[in-house]
Design a protein around this ligand. Structure first.
Ligand code: UDX
Length: 460
């Protein structure tokens, strides 16, 4: 919404929410979301044509186009628990719009939703008694966190799905004309509603599938002596494959990938397509396995016990340049380490310690005083590493690449272990200092690749 306000000074954009504290934060100097470049565009447009308010009903009445952008977490109860999306908030929005609207409105699904949700939205809106007409559009968002502003500025595509009726087509054109202020027309794709809804799930499923494919192969690299970074670099040079989303890691996280795949799986099962459901479910299974494998490798390496040992956790966000921790691999890794009775010293440049402690309280069920005994959040990586038996990199923050590893090594217990869950550390340099480095998809014994000279004579 900030980008629309920035690009279209003649359009008034009002963001409304039930959560007063959140709206207050959007109206303050400390925005609730850390995203590079976002602060600047919010400050430039706020009070001019971008407003944040708790007056939901006025927001609905004053708008021609309403974006429904509420969260749709995976259901934790009842039918579909663990895989279907919880649509309570979407339905509540639709009912409120139907009740309050004072004329024709275009209602846009912006939240990622299971396919055919637009149909339910339509039914709730059309069941209103005041006789106004609504057009429903699907306009999924493809931005990635950490690069959101650039992604919105120059999107690969904008997708708008709508009904094949005259008013449906007019609604599509109305929304397309907003984006067309800054997005080239050929990048604005229009489809039917179901294609648009499914495209979002499919895009995320295909991206996550690439990561799980590489992560699965990282295990093979470790036992064969191949180096996963060399293998993916070579594979990615094929223009049909391409280099993006082939970075092996401790596992993907974030609010979208797992949720959207589970949605896809649920949808396939619903239509009796069990083979298709099983196929996509494997992407999530491998991701879970990768996180478990990472922890197992840590324990194996550290003489089969980590009880009472201090471990420095570098990074808690699900990726760099965000303070978002939703479904972060760090949560599962930390939970498993705590189950083995390790003591954790956690540092993340952007995630507040209260958020880290809440996430870990939720997954471990430990009380704040119990957590205090086994977790400490540190203000920098050096404090986290001091006195630690090992460090584990779980988020690829750039600052971790250039730490003073001599200093860190001296402050750690020996042997000093480093587990690189993102393959970003300077492994050779660290080994030279004395670290025992283990990285994803690198040989189990040393992590080093076979030097070229040792291959001499073999090729013949
Ligand atoms: C994703 C989609 O990219 C975006 O289009 C959609 O709108 C929302 O979901 P996001 O979750 O913000 O975006 O971040 P993304 O960059 O996709 O990363 C997701 C996870 O995959 C992160 O944990 C990241 O570290 C991990 N990842 C990404 C890898 O492990 N390897 C890679 O090669 C790429």
């Amino acid at each position: 919404m900030a980008m629309i306000a920035a690009q279209c000074p003649d359009i008034n954009v009002t963001v409304v929410d039930l959560d007063a504290a959140r709206i207050d934060a959007w109206n303050s100097d400390r925005l609730p979301v850390y995203e590079p470049g976002l602060h600047e565009i919010v400050i430039a447009a706020r009070g001019r044509n971008l407003f944040f308010s708790n007056d939901i009903d006025s927001g609905i009445r004053d708008a021609s186009i309403i974006f429904v952008s509420v969260n749709t977490p995976t259901k934790s109860y009842g039918i579909g628990a663990g895989s279907a999306s919880d649509l309570t908030n979407v339905e509540l929005c639709a009912r409120r719009i139907a009740e309050v609207a004072n004329g024709h409105k275009i209602v846009v699904e912006k939240s990622t939703l299971p396919v055919r949700t637009a149909e339910s939205l339509k039914r709730v809106l059309q069941a209103n008694t005041n006789g106004y007409k609504f057009d429903i559009l699907s306009n999924p968002e493809f931005l990635a966190e950490g690069t959101a502003v650039a992604d919105l500025q120059t999107p690969d595509r904008v997708l708008i799905g709508g009904d094949d009726t005259r008013s449906g087509q007019l609604a599509i054109q109305a929304l397309a004309s907003v984006y067309a202020r800054w997005v080239p027309r050929e990048r604005i794709l229009t489809t039917n509603l179901w294609s648009s809804e499914l495209s979002k799930l499919v895009s995320n499923a295909l991206l996550a599938q690439r990561i799980s494919s590489v992560n699965a192969l990282s295990a093979l690299c470790e036992v064969t002596g191949a180096d996963v970074d060399e293998v993916t670099f070579a594979a990615g040079k094929d223009s049909r494959i391409g280099p993006k989303f082939l970075k092996a890691s401790v596992g993907f996280g974030g609010s979208c990938f797992q949720k959207d795949i589970l949605n896809l799986v649920y949808l396939c099962r619903h239509y009796g397509l069990d083979e298709v459901a099983n196929y996509w479910e494997q992407v999530v299974t491998i991701n879970t396995w990768q996180k478990t494998r990472f922890v197992r490798r840590m324990i194996d390496t550290m003489f089969n016990t980590i009880a009472g040992k201090r471990i420095a956790i570098l990074g808690f966000a699900f990726k760099k340049d965000t303070n978002d921790t939703r479904a972060s691999a760090a949560i599962d890794v930390c939970r498993a380490l705590l189950q083995e009775k390790a003591r954790l010293a956690i540092y993340d440049p952007r995630v507040r310690s209260s958020v880290i402690l809440k996430e870990l309280a939720d997954v471990t069920g430990l009380s704040p005083s119990e957590l205090e005994k086994c977790i400490v959040c540190e203000p920098d990586p050096y404090c986290a590493a001091a006195g630690a038996h090992a460090l584990a990199v779980l988020t690829e923050w750039d600052e971790f690449k250039e730490l003073d590893f001599e200093l860190i090594y001296r402050s750690m217990k020996k042997p000093a272990f480093a587990f690189d869950g993102r393959n970003i550390l300077p492994h050779a340099l660290m080994r030279g200092i004395g670290f025992d480095v283990k990285a994803i998809g690198k040989s189990l014994s040393t992590g080093a690749t076979v030097p070229a000279e040792s291959l001499e004579g073999i090729s013949a």
